[in-house]
Each structure stands twice: as C-alpha cells, then as structure tokens.
Write a protein that binds this ligand. Sequence first.
Ligand SMILES: *Cc1c(COP(=O)(O)O)cnc(C)c1O
Ligand SMILES: [Zn+2]
Length: 422
Amino acid sequence: MTSYLKGLKCKNCGKESPPDRSFVCLECFGPLEVSYHYSAIQADLNPQIIGQREPNLWRYRELLPLEGDPIAGFHSGFTPLTRAGRLAEHLGVKELYLKDDSVNHPTLSYKDRVVPIALSRGAELGYTVFSCASTGNLASAVAAHCAQAGFACLLFIPHDIESAKITGSLLCKPRIVALEGNYDDVNRLCAEIGDHYGWGFVNVNLRPYYTEGAKTMGYEIAEQLGWKLPDHLILPTAGGTLLPKVAKAFGEFTDLGWVQGQCRIHSAQAHGCAPVITALHDGQDFIEPVKPNTIAKSIAIGNPADGPYVLQEVRKSGGWGESATDPEIMEAIELLAEMEGIFTEPAGGTTLAVAMKLIRQERIDPNETIVVAITGNGYKTLEAFDSQGEVDVTLRPNLKIFKEWYEEHPLESRENQVGTPA
Ligand SMILES: *Cc1c(COP(=O)(O)O)cnc(C)c1O
Ligand SMILES: [Zn+2]
C-alpha cells in the first residue's frame, strides 16, 4: 500500500526528523509526534471509502504511522458507540452516548488501540522483542497482541495490580517482571533500560507511533455519530496519551473537511491521583507529581508524561476537568450497570462520575450531545467490588420454596423503561 507517513516532528520546538527509532528530539529532548502527507490523504481517501471498510481500527490506516501492512489488531477498535437512553433520562440530558472500549478486542480496554500500532510500526523498524511499563491493561494488551503476532515479550508491572490483569496476561506466555513500587517507579526503570537491549518498549521508545493509535477512538466517535463531532467528550487521563490524540484526530478530520464544529473535551481523573486536574484548576502549566492512592489503578499515574498536552488541549477546546473520589467512582460504576448493563472498571466509573459533576455544574448544557468514554472492563478489576458479591437469597431448588420466598419479595418494574411512552 502507499505510505502517507511523512516523518516525526518535535512537539516543543518543531524540529522535523525521519520516522525512525528516535523518540525524543535531539535538539530539546521534547516528545516527537508523527506527521503525514495530508494532501495525498485528502486526494485518496474520503468518508465513503472508510465507511466500506472492515470494522476495525485499520479502516483509518492512511492516518496511522505505517509504511507497509499491519501485523496486529485486525479486530481491535471500532467498538460500539451506544446511545444511553435510560442513563440520559436519569441524568436529565437529551443525547448521551457511551464509547464502549470495555469490549475492545482482545483484552477489553482502550489499550487494544495503541498496541497494534506500536507492534506493526515496531516490526517495520526491526524490533522483534516488545516490552512495556504498565498499570495492567497495557501489559494485557502487549501480551495478547505479541502472542497473536508471534513476538517475544517482556512486561514490567507494579507488584500490586489487579490479579485478573496478570492472570489473563500470563496465559499468553510473556515474561513478567513485577517491581516493588508504583507505576512511576516501573516507568523510570523502563526509561533507564531504554534501548539498551534493543527491545521495543511500546510506551517508551515506540511512543511516537504507539500514541497515534489513540486517535482511532476520536475517528470512530466522529464516524459513528454520522461524521459529526459531539458537543462534549469526557475522557479519562492517566499518562495523558488519549486526550491529546483524540483532539488531534478531531483536528485532522476537521482539516480534511470531513467534520465540522467544535467538541469541548473534558478530562477525568480519580481524586486520589489528579495531578492534571489540580494544575487545570490552579491555572498552572506545570504539573506537580503526586503519589497515587485510588481504586482506579489503571489511571493511577502520578507523573503523567503527556500531562501538559492534556492541559493544552482541554483549554484549547473550551473544555474543563474534574476529579472523582473512590466512593463517587463506585457509585458511577453501579449506576452504569443498573441503567445500561455495562460493567466497567474504576477508570470508566471515574469518567462517568466526572461527566455527572460537569452536568451538575452546568458546564455541560443538557441539550447538547455528550459522549462518555468507557475505557476498561469491570471483569478485570473484581477486587474493587469485593463487598458487593451478595445475592438476594440462596434457596434449595424447590418450586414451593421459591414461591414462598417470591411472595414476600415481588419484583417491581423499572422507571423510565425503554419504549414506554412518557
Ligand atoms: C491507559 C488507560 C487510560 C488512559 O490513559 P492515558 O495514559 O491517559 O492515555 C484510561 N483508561 C484505562 C482503562 C486505561 O487502561
Ligand atoms: Zn525539539
């Protein structure tokens, strides 16, 4: 296929370089970002062509950093954008959607978007062993996509992440090293190991390519809304990859003339790890690192690499940000399940809890279109729900016994049933 990949460009000083193995600017040590031949993309691609392609993230391949064909992620991305009718009614808003990456293929989180890009580009750059520093979901995704593509894989994780995330990864047969420390300690070691062994660390030395994968969430939201941007989008922030890249995606679609309007992008963090929200509220550009303490472990990054870019994009778009406490996160998880049947992990609870706050604060107009990103799956974080595994009753399997119990405990119908006239 034709390559539309142009090169790398420093996000700080703008210096351009070829799309090779480098990941920091040689002039100023700033992060590098991929640039494309947009006029060629404009000439060769349009929404109609995209619309006819397979429902996975490679439907936007011209806008992804690859010279040849992809080798992973053939069923990743293109997750459902569901209209949340009952939840919308409950929250008093008109048009609410959930971008549901809790069912992303194959490891049930947004990380199934970034890893296939890192692996495909990493292979083009000659890497044969892949690695990462992870809060859990990234490790699962690297382990799974390496298994499918046939690459050796070595993962670094904090020792206290949720066991389901480790179990799922272990079966894919990576090597896993747990480190006594938090994500920020793990990340520091990975940066020190760096290129020493010639491994492709998806979120360290492959970061310029890896982060491009996050744009696909933005492309999909716009396409699934019928080539329109929502008025509001609420995204979780951990290391700060997702939010600026979704902003980039919206900007690209706008520049290509495929969508119009302005989406206000809002950032959500857990109160126990909210360095970006603190800086936003204080009007600072600098992000003071914090020591994370929250049940939302997959977004517990105290020293977010791309935090300043989150601030920049939130401000540029006219959005805002809030944090949610652990009890607020748990409440939002329950509400989402009760209203929409979706079981998310604390990261998704954080995003919904923050969306609810922004609606209450009237920063979000109830008549405008709102999209809430659900980035991970609750089945991977069952520890967070330990105390909630109580069933209503345990009975002997006998009709008479059941009838007696049911007479005392009849079911009530739910308010705002779908399809019931108001
Ligand atoms: C990694 C992750 C995020 C967002 O992380 P960024 O580093 O800000 O891109 C959000 N939710 C879940 C479930 C994640 O695993
Ligand atoms: Zn630079």
